[in-house]
Design a binder for this molecule. Structure first.
Ligand SMILES: [Zn+2]
Length: 317
């Protein structure tokens, strides 16, 4: 039986696998087995598979597996919707278990300040008689409108992960993701750099992807990502790059994940990676007359760097 929300003993909160993955790589969670079934009075042990998996990237997405016995009142065991609530009494919609095929995920371009908060203060001490908190912790950040879902997406990596999940469960055609108030079908959110004429791009940011060279900047202050294939306009070609300053990596909470990947890739003979970036290319011409259509990112959540192409082979270019 699949669950999309589990209780993390270490984070002391109910999390979806994407969030658990972020918290693992930011150091809040250290053990993939320290999860419990979210059902009422249930302490069935849950493992978050692939939580510590970096090598295969997101081809195998993080997901929960239940071991051990459910309580007799457990909603998961009885195949009923979970009864999870925020502290103010509003219920948490469990979007994925209900397989509502018209579901729209929300991709937020900034995480709430409280996203990486460590365990909350009401944490129970003894795991053996562990009592899960009654309520799901709600973001303290009131600027963000809650959608009543635990499953907001905060990174390009998670969009890629959801895409793979929905493709596997056959619901990809109906799935949409809301970005900045605009609904975009998952099946049209990825654009391969190679096939794009700059005149025909959408007028809003989407996720561009392709194989890229990863180089340490000569200044030693960061990395340059240079896509192997180019944008075009008519017969003109536009090289596309992204700069990632070390400063940006330092300021990123999940830097362990990004830094690990960049360092491993950079140690290869010919450092290349499969890269996704959320944004819009911006054109310029260098002093030497070379044409560029570059991306700039303010936040590493807007980029996903992979050792290999995590999507089906038609994307692998
Ligand atoms: Zn259970």
């Amino acid at each position: 039986m699949a669950i999309d929300v589990a209780f993390s003993i270490q984070a002391n909160d109910y999390l979806d696998p994407d969030r658990a993955y972020d918290l693992y790589w930011s150091g809040v969670i250290t053990d993939k087995k320290k999860f419990l079934c979210p059902g009422t009075d249930c302490t069935a042990q849950v493992t978050c598979a692939n939580l510590d998996e970096d090598l295969l990237d997101m081809k195998v997405v993080p997901h929960y597996r239940i071991y051990g016995e459910h309580s007799k009142d457990c909603e998961v065991f009885n195949n009923k919707p979970l009864n999870l609530q925020y502290e103010d009494g509003t219920s948490v919609k469990e979007e994925k278990r209900t397989v509502d095929e018209s579901i729209v995920d929300t991709f937020l371009l900034e995480r709430p300040d409280s996203y990486y908060d460590e365990a909350r203060s009401d944490r129970g001490a003894n795991n053996q008689v562990f009592k899960k908190p009654e309520f799901v912790r709600r973001s303290k950040d009131t600027r963000l409108r809650e959608t009543g879902s635990i499953g907001n997406i905060y990174s390009v990596r998670s969009v890629v992960g959801r895409y793979i999940r929905y493709r596997n469960d056959g619901s990809i055609k109906q799935r949409r993701v809301n970005i900045l108030g605009k609904d975009i079908y998952y099946r049209s959110i990825f654009k391969c750099i190679w096939e794009q004429d700059l005149n025909e791009l959408p007028s809003y940011p989407v996720i561009y992807y392709g194989w890229a060279f990863i180089n340490r900047l000569p200044s030693g202050a960061g990395y340059q990502i240079k896509f192997k294939k180019k944008f075009k306009r008519g017969d003109d070609e536009y090289t596309s790059t992204i700069m990632i300053a070390d400063r940006l990596i330092e300021s990123y909470k999940i830097k362990k994940l990004v830094a690990t990947r960049l360092e491993k890739i950079n140690a290869q003979d010919k450092p290349t990676a499969f890269v996704f970036v959320y944004g819009e290319p911006s054109e310029n011409i260098s002093q030497a007359g070379n044409k560029y259509a570059n991306f700039s990112i303010k936040n590493l959540d807007m980029i996903d760097i992979n050792y290999d192409c995590p999507l089906p082979k038609e994307y692998n270019k």
